[in-house]
Write a protein that binds this ligand. Sequence first.
Ligand SMILES: [Zn+2]
Length: 447
Amino acid sequence: MSDAIKTGLTHADQTEVVEVGRGVLARAGAIIAEHLDVEARPVLIVADERTWAAAGQAVQQSLRDAGLSVAEPLIFPGTPALYAAYEHAETIRERLRELGALGVAVGAGTLNDLVKLASGELEQPYAVVGTAASMDGYTGFGAPMTRDGVKVTMPCPAPTVVLFDLDVAAAAPKNMVGSGYGDLSAKIPGGADWILSDAVGWEPMHPLAWQLVQGGVADALADPLGLAAGEPAAYEGLVNGLILSGLSMQVYGGTRPASGAEHYFSHLWELDHLGQDWDPPLSHGFKVAIGTLAMCAFYERFMARDLAALDVDAAVAAWPSWAAIETDIRTRLSGSLADHCVKETRTKYLDADGLRQRLTALIGSWDEVRARLQSQLKPARELQTMLREAGAPSVPEDIGLTAEQVKQTFHSAAYYRSRYSVLDLAREAGWFDELVEEVFAPGGLWT
Ligand SMILES: [Zn+2]
């Protein structure tokens, strides 16, 4: 276990043990026997046809070798899209209840979420054996779920035991590692957004959560070609980075450490059902990869300007009233999304006096804040090459969008959450529209 993960576990109140390495499947039974209260209870493996073949059988053998009572496994069809809905969490919950069993999820995001939710509803612990480095939700709490046709995140605790065999991760389908790589790359602009949010006093820095999530990013992204080539050693950094990201959310008690405005792009495209009918469906991390590049390119244009030289009087004079902003939101968006954006944006809206204070204070500390941002950010082109090498999307077309559609998403993303990001600061400085134009001007990342 890495020192960073040890530190994370000391402060995380839900996950007790994380084991990442080669040969972990063979030790799974012993670790689960030690950390779940399985004395008088059977364990139920929940997998799908693919993850059962990749790791489930070996986990079953290992559980039996450790002397555990293993129930007949619950195996879903091979495609997560076919079982990613709340009713399947109910199926798992009822099976666990009938058997008096504890759950062991063997799979990636969807299976983990289903068993997490089923176990949470029974108020009992569970274990997950991850099969792909595809996202950072293994050690996170809460389960995103489709219920009655709507996407919601249902509250439930994180797993007690998290196991990851690097040979299994390296053998997973290549699009899955590209997805995990995309989700991890988000920590670069997402971290920059947190620095800004801290600087304006909106979401203060949490040093431990920051250290956990950001400490692993460089290692996680270091070897994109090794990941694409399926080299198990290359997976250690990425898997650790994804696990640390989840732990940092546990320590913080929210998603702030792991996501910034780049994630809003992904959420907005998900609300549009982008790529849901693809086979396999377009993943979270793939959408996040393009959101991440969009935000890194935006940051580059932002950092090319000098906030310290801003004419604060002019910015305050040009600042729209709340009524004008609400009108703009309702012109661009409709229905429940418009209502959502009005509510979120209202929370962070400042009147002219508030804006003057914010900008004046930020300019006063800008030398220091700018230095923090510069050490956090990475050139968009460099990251684009790394994403491409890892098998993640690097141009909008890779996820079925045009550059123009990504450009339009900037406007909705600025309104999507009450969280503070560089999109807000750019709006407050009066630069937002110009910066978006610059990102998509000839010679830019995608033009
Ligand atoms: Zn994510």
